[in-house]
Design a binder for this molecule. Structure first.
Ligand code: DGL
Length: 269
């Protein structure tokens, strides 16, 4: 049985890569809902309906666990999906405020994500729990989602624009930058170039892969020791486009990329 991994676009591939490394025996289904990209500016209800439709598609493919490789989807829909599908294990993501608050020396951390992620209950409760004695500078960056989807090569102008976007975080002397959106993992070189060298970028993808392993182990759902895992890639947009994006971000490889279409709230082949 495969593990399903979803995002609005290519961001989830950063999480998928870590799952592939950590759990090479697992079969994986990756789904980029590029027909509905971006999720960031959408209402909670819309994101809930999209992720519900994707979960139903995953279940039709025999998926044993669903990973929301998207902070926006997790903020908008994790609780909703868990109550809608009580028998399905879901792994979601949240901005890594906890390690950033633990490791900061300047007492200031920066968090970048989509507007929807900052609005959710999940984010408020993170600040409540872990950010009492530090300053948190929050910055919604929808433009970075577009930049990550466009892909490299990154230009000097991109770096300047990103520096401008992050200026409230830079000015406040944050020494930790929390990536609260999976798309931003692919922008690490640009983000690092835009900030000073002594800023640590915190990417939650490895922690999510560890959590997937923990849940599969607990539920006795880990794949057979003798199999090599395969990944099928789906997009609700164009398969050619996703293939090109993956070649640019992850290197040229033969990949099984397929198209799905939304039809009356359902994903069909
Ligand atoms: N990759 C998504 C996230 O982690 C959202 C990007 C978007 O669709 O706005 O939040």
């Amino acid at each position: 049985m495969p593990v399903g991994v979803l995002d609005s676009g290519i961001g989830g591939l950063s999480v998928l890569q870590d799952i592939q490394k950590r759990l090479p025996r697992e079969h994986l289904i990756f789904l980029a809902d590029q027909a509905n990209l971006p999720y960031g500016p959408r209402s909670l209800t819309e994101v809930q309906l999209f992720t519900e439709g994707i979960t139903r598609f995953f279940l039709s493919q025999g998926v044993k666990l669903v990973v929301l490789a998207c902070n926006t989807a997790s903020a908008a829909a994790l609780y909703y999906l868990r109550s809608k599908f009580p028998d399905v294990p879901f792994v979601g993501m949240e901005p890594a405020i906890k390690p950033a608050a633990r490791d900061t020396k300047s007492g200031v951390i920066g968090v970048i994500a989509t507007a929807a992620t900052f609005q959710g209950q999940l984010y408020a409760s993170l600040l409540d729990r872990f950010a009492h004695d530090i300053k948190v500078v929050t910055r919604p960056c929808p433009e970075l989602v577009t930049l990550a989807e466009r892909g490299n090569p990154w230009t000097e102008t991109d770096i300047q624009n990103v520096r401008e976007m992050l200026s409230p975080i830079i000015r406040a002397r944050a020494d930790q930058l929390v990536l609260g959106c999976t798309h931003f993992s692919f922008l690490k070189p640009v983000l690092q170039a835009a900030m000073t060298e002594n800023v640590t970028i915190i990417d939650p993808a490895p922690a999510v892969a560890r959590q997937v392993e923990r849940v599969l182990t607990e539920k006795h759902l880990l794949a057979d020791k003798n199999q090599a895992g395969k990944t099928i890639y789906y997009t609700s947009g164009s398969a050619d486009h996703l293939r090109q994006q993956m070649n640019g971000l992850l290197g040229e490889l033969q990949r099984d990329v397929r198209e799905l279409r939304w039809q009356n709230g359902k994903l069909v082949v």
